[in-house]
Every structure is written in structure tokens, then in C-alpha cells.
Design a protein around this ligand. Sequence first.
Ligand code: AHR
Length: 655
Amino acid sequence: MKWNNIVAASFIVAGSFGLQSQTTQLEVDIENIVAEIQPSMYGVFFEDINFAADGGLYAEMVKNRSFEFDNPKMGWQEPNSNRHSHNNESGIAKIINYSDARGNYNFARISVNKDSGYELINESYRGMGIKEGESYNLKFQAAPQTGEISRIKFEFINEEGQGLGGTEVAIETANSWKTYKTSLQASSTEERAKLKISFTGTGEIDLDMISLFPKDTWKGRENGLRKDLVQMLADLNPGFLRFPGGCIAEGRTLEKRYQWKKTIGPVEEREVLVNRWNTEFRHKFTPDYFQSFGLGYYEYFLLAEDLDAEALPILSVGIACQYNTGEMVPLEDLDPYVQDALDLIEFANGTADSKWGSIRAEMGHPEPFNLKYIGIGNEQWGPEYIERYEVFHKKIREEYPEIEIVSGSGPNPDGDFFEFGWEELTKLNTDIIDEHYYRSPQWFRDNADRYDDYDRNGPKVFAGEYAAHPENTEDGPKENNWEAALSEAAFMTGLERNADIVHLTSYAPLMAHKDAWQWAPDLIWFDNLKVYGTPNYHVQKLYGNNPGTEVVNIKSNGKALTGENSLYASAVINAKENQVIIKVVNTGDQKNKIALDFSRRVAKKAEVIQLHHSDLKAHNSFENPDKILPEEKEIRGHTIELPAYSFTVLKYNLR
Ligand code: AHR
């Protein structure tokens, strides 16, 4: 379908008060249910890309808190120290290895040569966002060695080095490790603060796990999540939470793949790993991007539970990212990978006295998480994927027949590998196949009928990663323009119409830090203090909050609307509210009128929620986060005028 309203033009007739469009008649067949809609239909895809976890959702404010990055002092500055001088006047930090390391390999030995003269400063994730009057919980481990360091001072500073609130902690003299806890209050709001550490006395002291969280995390949890960002997810009303990605599940090499077992248990024992997006894109280098795994599998399950969403973990199938090394585990060595999948199901669903269930219970959740789905392989392709997937499939089916297994069809929505994947996975009787498409807005408008002809007897579909990518744009945030969002809204009428086979859908990626992103567009943009939803976010939110329970037909001249007269539509019943919900998208540059003809009586009055903008290049931003926001109103009647470039949700009570 062409973007410019060529078809619509033939419907436009001259009226006495200017141009008027012809009315499109739409028959809504409420009596005949076409399909049930899965409660999980509209979900979220979370990946630690764009600083989405460390530096984003995970509220830890100290970067490289345990000196574990490849360069163990990365993120830390010593402004008064001269590391080239042996007789360092103020002091210096040296990195020492533990002799009995358990996930955490290093600590810092601080030599303070001049009372209050040495400073260690953490730059955080492109600065620390602090808010005036708010409290921050500090926790660190210390072991004095020689001399007498009696106090450590922790202070927020701004870029000019001015103090913005701090606290001092008295240090015990015993030279064994001790964990200290205290809090600091910020005296002003600052987006790029740093944490300065200084010492009273001289001598040597060992420091590790220097950690700082806002007191006000999501649900007030220690080791918690950024409240404003989780709220954005909750507002989407997601049916599922997919984690931990994406390519991050696969790793650039097998050794660096995501291993869920290394992300549970005590936070200080979780082994830090380089983030696979660290140096992936030359134009978006982020060499300080590592995974602390403070947000690990237990925390993902908790988050899914908080959001009332199904957890959907994706595991390595034994092939590293095929865009990188594509390393493969020989088939005969696949067992530990398969065992990881089986153990994960036990971790989530096993009783509190099972091997893995007991770890979950110890961590604070004796009740099972009721895992229903498991994904094997992210975006793999070719026969090597199929033969490895098959081994997992058989074993999981055998031991956990109730679990729905998600497999993948590769990075493209068509082509040889896609066709091959679907054919082979169908033969294996997989439950759901994950499809990925990052395509132009035009592609999304043209593909609103994509699933109309899919085989109704084969595997179900997970539209697992999709986003409309406008062409010729340079700035990530601007790529989330109205054209992209509107095209996704049009496409999603097709997902909804085909809810009998499309069981799960998610936009990707989910989040991006404005100063540290690698991939755009993204659904949600944040900095250290603020967050806003893109127009695409509002489209997802309208679908997620109005999913309905059953699909019914909405047709014009006996056919589904997939772009005719620039219109796209779907209709669902919400049995719980006794409503019929119509979603209609006008991609045309003219107003468009529809007349709804219901097969049974419905109320005259409708609740309307509408997103529209006259400029397809318009986008939301930190300066203007509300430029494209849904408007709510009430209308009377079944004939509705749709503004140009609009997405409208109409809710009528059933009589
Ligand atoms: O969403 C970003 C990346 O796109 C995902 O990690 C990967 O699965 C896809 O290629």
C-alpha cells in the first residue's frame, strides 16, 4: 500500500464546505467469535542493550562496584594520585585478586599516604541521577590492613566537584572483611553527579562491592529496580516478559553466552561478564558496558510476577551469535546446555526441597514462579540450529510436557533460512515460532495481512522482535517518529485479527539510555533522571490495555481492512467488561469516515482513545515528552470521523 493516499483520493468528493471523504461502511459481526485472545498476547521484550539493565532498569548507581571489569579501575578516577610515581604523595588504589575467589575475583587495596588527601571517584553510568531530598542506600565491604584509617567519607559531587550531600562512616580496626551500610541524602537534583570517597587517617584499607541504590526503588527492594522505569513497563499491562534478550542470550562466543546459573544467589558472588553490545557497533562504542548480573534470573522472575506477566526466558541453544563467531557446541557435548534448560524449569517451578527450587526458596520465593514458556535459541538459523533444538525439544517434552517451547526462525521474516526453519520446526512439532522483523514503515503497512494465510494447524507465532525503522534518520530518539508508530499500529490490527495463531507479540528493543545507546529505534528512552514513552510506546500501551478476550470480524464489503482507503481495522470483544472494542488506523493524509454496522445492539455512546499527529516526522523527546499522547473523549453514534494519520480505539458497551 502506498503511503500517499492514492486510493483514498478516489473516494474524496467535493462538498459545499470543502473536501469530504466518502464513508467506509464496516460490518462488525459480534455474534461469531473468530478466536480466543491469549492473555499473554501483548508483552515486552527485555534485553540488556542500550544500558537497559546496568545503568538503566537495575538501580545500582556505582559502575564497576567490585573492580571486575576487564580494566578493573574502569569507571573509577583518582584525581590526586599519580600512578607513575612510586612515592605517591596522596595515595593510590591497587587491584588485588582474592585467593579464594567465588565469582568476585578482585578487590581494591587503597593506600592513603596523606590524611584526607586521596580521593576515589566513581563516574557512574554517564553520571549519577540524584534528586534533592532523596535518600540513597550505601553498602560496601572494607578490611583495614595497616596504619589507621578511622573514617571513610562518601559524598555526591557535581561536575565542578561541588559537594551535594554525603555521609561519613567510622571504620572498625579489625582487619577482616566487614559489610557497612549507611545512607546519604542529596542536597540538590543533578543528572550527572559522581560519588567521591575520601579517608580520614593514613594506612592501607581493602574495599569491595561499593554499592549505592536509591532508597525508593520499585517496591522498595534492596538490590532493586528503578521505580520510574518499571512503572513504564507496568503501564503497558504486558502479558509476558521475555528476557534476557536477544543476542545477549547467545553471546559473541560460547564462553561469553548468558548463563542463568551465574546470575542467581548472593549478588556479590555473581561473576561480571562483558556485555556483548560493548563494542558491537563501531559508531556506538561503549567499552564500559559490562553485566553485573545484579538483575539476574531471580530478579527477572520477580519482575514478571510483579507485572502479572508470564516469564519467557530464552536460553542458548549451544550456538554463539551467528552474526559474530557462530561458534557451535558439538552435538555430543550439548548435554550441559540441555541440563541448564531443565534445571531452569526446576528453579522456576520445582518444590522448595528440589535442588534448584531450594535455591529459589533460599533467595526468598518458596512458592513456584509457574513458568509456562521456555525459549530455546534466540535468532539462530540453518540445519545446525534445528539439530541442536531437536535435542532440547525432546528432553523438555519428555520431562516437562506442560511447558510450551518457543523456537526461532532466524533474523528475517522471509527467505531461505526462514522457510527452512518453519518447515523443520513444524515437523518437530514445536509449540511457538519466534519471528523477527526490523523493516521499513512501508513494510509494516504492506504486511497487515501477513498472518491471514498462515497454516491454522501448525505451530503458533511469536512476533518476538519487531519495529518499524524509518530510513535516512541519524538520531536514535528521532527514529521513533509518528510514521513508524502509526505503521506498527496498522500492522498490529493484523496480529490481533490472527490471534488464533499469533499468541505472543513484542516490540524490540524495549529501552535505551539517551547517552549510551547502541540500537535505535527503541520503545522507551531514559536518562539518569527522566523517562518518556515514544509514540510507538503509546501504540503498544493502547493494544496492551485493550486486548479483549475474543476476536470478531470487522469487514468492509466482506473483506478485512488491510489498507484499503488507507484504513486498517480489527475488532475484539471484552467479555469481562461486556464491550466491543474497535481499533482503526487511518494512514491517509486526509480525514476518513467510517460507519460501523453492528450485528447486534450496542450502545450509542463510545469511549474513544485516539493518537494522532499531522506530521509523520513528529516524535516525543525529553524536552517535549507529551507531543504525541493519546487523547480520550466520548462520542455518540456509530459514524466516526478519523483524523489524518490517526490510531483510534473505540469501546462500545454491548446491549
Ligand atoms: O533487538 C536487538 C537485537 O536484534 C536482538 O538482540 C537480536 O535478537 C536482534 O538481532
